[in-house]
Ligand binder design. Structure first.
Ligand code: FAD
Length: 355
């Protein structure tokens, strides 16, 4: 007997913050939808963040649509654990139809629908929203000698806190928020060297996640009306959260230029200078997790899918949510997920339920 293929109007892949924001607006639009998530519990990537990670915005500016994130007990910026608890409560409160653990293996073109292949059988959907995030594809650039280095190399995605580095010599690579926050705490227990491709740029102290979102919004409005506007990147890259400010006061936020290669015992620069170290910690970012979309053959030479708003330019039944500015300004933040989800679902509802 052929396995049953289930039908749904909208299939959402991923129940992280982007998938939940989509669920909120899909529910409000009265559409028939399901959200599949590969993990066995709520919270998306926040389930895996290191315990000491603090968001760069206060709770009230880290909220998904409809329900404010409750303040933290100590008034500090929320932890990842606080964020996971909020997301768990959010999906219960809105009774979002989440199936988990269900991994989407592939999305293919069918006759009139997209076919979603999962470990738990197939679905036919008129629209697919892919909201699978980036945490699942850590990016490490290639440098000569990586295979020779006898010490430990790890990526942000596998960092669990400073304790394992106590008394060690650690090289931290990367000029973004993860590198700065990890450096801030590892430098309290280890001998650290920070290396970046260009001099690191701290945002002014008063700029937190909320201010960044406001800037992104103003920029988007300016661009929409045909004006030019400075990007956030023109201001800086690193939010000066309290641990980063403390590290600045201790004088450890000084970066060296990027090394040219690894050696068996450490790293070496173009001019021949060498530095011995036990660990190289790659805080070098993530790439969109889109392997399930491979059968649609939509990726361009830059590895991304061309979009018009959130819609894939060459496949109008596919929307991409939450991957970064290329899928909506600030869409990869808690506060920004809502706006792009709302725009996408407004468009989808207009098409599926015209009039
Ligand atoms: P995710 O949270 O990754 O959720 C995607 C979900 O999809 C996961 O649950 C996964 O299991 C599931 N999935 C993936 N593939 C499949 C598949 N094939 N089938 C089924 N399910 C699948 N943002 C802020 O607003 N404030 C901050 O302070 C902040 N700090 C950050 C610090 C770090 C170190 C990082 C890395 C990011 C930070 N961000 C912050 C950015 C952002 O909020 C996160 O990247 C966010 O987790 C992205 O949410 P998402 O829903 O797009 O993806």
């Amino acid at each position: 007997m052929a396995p049953t293929v289930r039908e749904v109007e909208v299939f959402v892949v991923g129940a992280g913050q982007a998938g939940l924001a989509a669920g909120f607006y899909l529910r409000r639009a009265g559409l028939d939808f399901v959200i599949a998530d590969a993990q066995d519990g709520p919270g998306g990537a926040w389930r895996h963040a290191w315990p000491s990670l603090r968001l760069f915005s206060p709770a009230q500016y880290s909220s998904l649509p409809g329900r404010m994130m409750p303040p933290t007990g100590d008034g500090a910026f929320p932890t990842a654990e606080h964020t996971v608890a909020y997301m768990a409560d959010y999906e219960r409160r809105y009774e979002l139809p989440i199936v988990r653990p269900v991994r989407v293996r592939a999305v293919r073109r069918g006759d009139e629908a997209l076919v979603v292949e999962t470990g738990e059988g197939d679905w036919r959907a008129r629209v697919v929203i892919s909201a699978t995030g980036t945490w699942w594809r850590p990016y490490v650039p290639h440098y000569p000698g990586m295979g020779e280095f006898q010490g430990r190399q790890l990526h942000t995605a596998h960092y669990t806190g400073p304790a394992p580095f106590a008394g060690r010599r650690v090289v931290i690579v990367g000029g973004g928020n993860s590198a700065a926050q990890i450096l801030a705490e590892v430098s309290t227990v280890a001998d650290t060297t920070w290396v970046t491709r260009r001099p690191p740029r701290l945002l002014p102290d008063e700029i937190d996640g909320k201010a960044l979102f406001d800037l992104a919004t103003r920029r988007q409005h300016a661009l929409d009306s045909g004006a030019t506007a400075p990007g956030i990147a023109d201001l800086g890259d690193i939010v000066a959260v309290p641990p980063v400010r403390a590290a600045r006061s201790r004088g450890v936020l000084k970066a060296e230029p990027m090394f040219a290669r690894l050696t068996s015992t450490g790293v070496a620069w173009e001019d021949g200078t060498e530095l011995r170290c036990d660990t190289v910690l790659w805080c070098t970012g993530f790439r969109p997790s889109m392997a399930h979309l491979a059968p649609l053959k939509l990726r361009g030479p830059d590895g991304l899918i061309a979009t018009e708003g959130t819609r894939a330019a060459a496949e109008p039944r596919l929307h991409l949510l939450g991957y970064g500015d290329w899928t909506g300004a600030a869409s990869a933040t808690l506060i920004g997920a809502s706006r792009t989800a709302k725009q996408a679902i407004t468009e989808i509802a207009r098409e599926l339920r015209p009039g």
